[in-house]
Design a protein around this ligand. Structure first.
Ligand code: 4NP
Length: 159
């Protein structure tokens, strides 16, 4: 099992979307049992809440079910527990590195590091935006998850 943790600020928009998209993509390729997939936020203000209504809505229109996800805050043991700790933007990356013990400082990475062809390093925050901003975030997350899945298939999956 390869552990993959997606991290954003509130765990109600970007990272739960990435969790749902990656889980669905892995399942479609018959790889569901190969991964332990989760998401968390650096900020505790939305803990226990479902993803934002707009995130759920745009994801559902493309076949991703986020409705049952609930926000949680990232904790230091996550850095040990997950093989891949993937930050949606540089702020999250800084926060994750700051909480990591010295041996794990390099473990957190930007989610889009494995999708260089996109020409983007960060997934823009749709939280104060319109439905179109959620659509754009989902576009980026879908492309990022497809690239991540190919990368992990090539480098980590033995089956
Ligand atoms: P997310 O979006 O990090 O993609 O879940 C946000 C949600 C809430 C806040 C910021 C970003 N907030 O400041 O409450």
């Amino acid at each position: 099992m390869i552990g993959v943790l997606f991290v954003c600020t509130g765990n109600i928009c970007r990272s739960p979307t990435a969790e749902g998209v990656f889980r669905t993509m892995a399942a479609r390729e018959g790889l569901a049992t190969g991964f332990h997939i989760d998401s968390a936020g650096t900020y505790d203000g939305h803990v226990g809440e479902p993803p934002s209504r707009d995130a759920v809505r745009v994801a559902a229109r493309r076949g991703y079910d986020l409705a049952d996800l609930r926000a949680r805050q990232v904790v230091a043991p996550d850095l040990q527990r997950f093989d891949h700790v993937l930050a949606m933007d540089r702020g999250h990356l800084r926060a994750l590195r700051a909480m990591a013990p010295p041996a794990l400082k390099d473990k957190p990475r930007l989610f889009l590091d494995t999708a260089p062809h996109l020409g983007l390093q960060e997934v823009a925050d749709p939280w104060y935006g319109t439905l179109a901003d959620y659509e754009r975030a989902l576009d980026t997350i879908e492309a990022g998850c497809a690239a991540l899945l190919e990368h992990l298939r090539a480098t980590s999956l033995t089956a």
